[in-house]
Design a protein around this ligand. Sequence first.
Ligand code: IPD
Ligand code: CA
Ligand code: CA
Length: 265
Amino acid sequence: MDSPELMIALEAARLGGEIVRRYFESGVTMRTKESFNLVSDADVESEQAIVERIRRSYPGHAVLAEEAHRGDARAEHLWLIDPLDGTNNFAHQLPHFAVSIAYWQAGVPQCGVVYNPMREDWYVAARGQGAEHNGRRVRVSAASRLDEILVGLGFYYDRGTIMEATLAAIGDLFRQQIHGIRRFGAAALDLCAVAEGQFGAFFEYELWPWDWGAGLLFVEEAGGRVTNCLGGAVPLAPTSILASNGVLHDALLDVVSRHYPVQNA
Ligand code: IPD
Ligand code: CA
Ligand code: CA
């Protein structure tokens, strides 16, 4: 794949991933950002290293990153960065987390990298050039019925309306005879699982642009579809997300839109 921004994203992801892996192996103190939402020096230092690398090449670009960079999402050139997606897994010694970096231009995703430094897994996509996992082209699942798929999902840091709505949607999905539900704890990697066909779909009722900035492109380049949970275009703002293999999108929308907690739109 060929794109100057992608080369920088790959370098930056390597730097962030090394920091995160080092902390995972040596141990780090977790702090509570807000209820149930954890952060550590690993998140903060990874973000710093990633942003420094990007700014060295693109000093004029906006950066919207989870911990400390609140660039303008309407900027012509925008980087979306989650320096550690899956912080809860990280905190509990589960090696399922990733660095996620995406470059968007004029509101359109151009390239994205999701990197799990524990498994040396690289998920890379570039607009019009496909999606690759460790250099191998990936495609969404060919399933055409809900009773043929696993559905991945996430719970936002919420113990109220969004949690209840998600639980209700799970019940409905099971009643449609899906194979199973999976909650692995890192939205960026969940989206990659849709692109690879392991999940037929993934949904979450609230996510931030840094969670899905790269994964959205990865799914689309693998032949899948991504909308919000009401079927609309995904805005560069906190939003719900439904990603699927495309074929099953409308059937899934039927269920997830029914339970969508509109007051949190
Ligand atoms: C979280 C993870 C999780 C999702 C949460 C996200 P973080 O990101 O992606 O799977 O359910 O909504 O906030 O906090 O680990 O970067
Ligand atoms: Ca995240
Ligand atoms: Ca994070």
